[in-house]
Design a protein around this ligand. Structure first.
Ligand code: SAH
Ligand code: SF4
Length: 355
């Protein structure tokens, strides 16, 4: 018996699979309706589907490949889930509530090989990629949790900003995006989905060539190579010039706004001179640029880094504005529950190891 998740198939993949197994074309629509609109937890509950089809699906697919290991709810309504995968690895997923809707932050890899010097996710090297089913299942589990609590709201936004580098797991990422965006399923608008990358330049070309209209965010964090390499060693492989060439290509193909994420690290990258340098870097396409200033969440292991003071964050913001750059400050959600990228997972693993 195979244990692959049925959530890992795009609509077309499921349709071909069903037809290869002697089923009628319309079955795919029925099955997707049960999976994504009615959100069943057992194949048996698909009560307008033949018993033989149900058996066929049960023999080949599963609806659950992960269990909830831990769930933490913050005072502001943010919910953090720690999921245990079939192989025992744990990943994390966060639900955030905004005035514009419910947003889920998903994980794409177990650990991360990019190893940025400030990040909790990079403390543990990547042990494997998640497959598309495991990424979709994170959304389904969060949605089902809301359904169980009789919350009527639906997950309306997705940010691919959890553990891992999404463009380093490209095929599964793209399948995931097509599955959640499909209007026969979850129907989450492409414009409500954001993929964040540390700047894997050659994959950004593929991403630009793909017709899906999701948003792109780039973790820039420093405006020059010296400083960027110091905090993100990936900058050696993809220095700022290479990255900005890929940005030019993306903008030419897509003509869509790019978000630049900039972590505010005290006395590292938060001076006025870096704000001006950053403005210079993106000035040429500032109508398609938005800078998101992210106050750093301290990570116990990274003692060299502290969060910039509120005054410095404000001053950086003012400088960018004065330079004509669109920007904002992302004040965090779920501060009381370790909601920063990879933090809960790394704490949980440390706890388990300590026992
Ligand atoms: N690997 C991708 C996506 C996951 S990280 C990337 O790096 O873009 C998502 C965002 O969270 C990135 O901008 C990352 O730099 C930021 N981040 C990581 N650790 C953080 C921390 N401790 N405090 C604040 N932001 C953090
Ligand atoms: Fe990986 Fe992103 Fe963390 Fe860097 S910031 S280590 S790329 S998850």
């Amino acid at each position: 018996m195979s244990n692959s998740s049925i959530y890992g198939l795009t609509y077309e993949q499921l349709q071909s699979w069903l037809m290869e197994h002697g089923e009628k074309r319309f079955r795919a629509e029925q099955v997707w309706n049960w999976l994504y609109k009615k959100r069943i937890s057992r194949f048996e509950d698909m009560n307008n589907v033949n018993q033989s089809t149900i058996e066929l699906l049960k023999e080949n697919f599963v609806l659950h490949t992960m269990d909830v290991e831990l769930r933490q709810e913050s005072k502001d309504g943010t919910i953090k889930f720690l999921f245990k995968l079939a192989d025992g690895n744990v990943i994390e997923t966060v639900l955030m509530r905004f005035n514009y809707g419910l947003s889920v932050c998903v994980t794409t890899q177990v650990g991360c090989n990019i190893g940025c010097s400030f990040c909790a996710s990079g403390l543990l090297r990547k042990s494997r990629d998640l497959d598309s089913g495991e990424i979709v299942e994170q959304i389904m589990n969060v949605q089902k949790h809301l359904d169980d609590r009789r919350e009527e709201d639906r997950v309306s936004h997705i940010v691919v900003m959890g553990i891992g580098e999404p463009l380093d797991n490209y095929k599964n990422l793209m399948e995931f995006l097509y599955i959640v965006n499909d209007d026969r399923g979850l129907n989450i608008g492409a414009r409500h989905i954001t993929v964040s990358t540390s700047g894997i330049a050659h994959k950004m070309y593929d991403f630009a060539d793909d017709p899906i209209q999701v948003n792109l965010a780039i973790s820039i964090h420093a405006p020059n190579n010296e400083l960027r390499t110091q905090i993100m060693k990936i900058n050696r492989a993809f220095p700022i010039e290479k990255l900005m060439k890929a940005v030019d290509y993306y903008l030419e193909k897509k003509n869509r706004r790019i978000t630049y994420e900039y972590i505010m690290l005290h006395d590292v990258n938060d001076h006025k001179k870096e704000a001006i340098e950053l403005a210079d870097l993106i000035r040429d396409h500032r109508h398609l640029a938005y800078v998101n200033l992210i106050p750093y969440n301290t990570v116990d292991e990274h003692i060299d880094y502290q969060r910039s003071s509120t005054e410095n964050i404000q001053a950086f913001y003012e400088t960018l504005k004065a330079e004509g750059i669109q920007c904002g400050v992302r004040w965090e959600n779920g501060a009381d529950i370790d909601a920063a990228c990879g933090q809960l997972r790394s704490k949980q693993i440390k706890k388990t190891k300590a026992v």
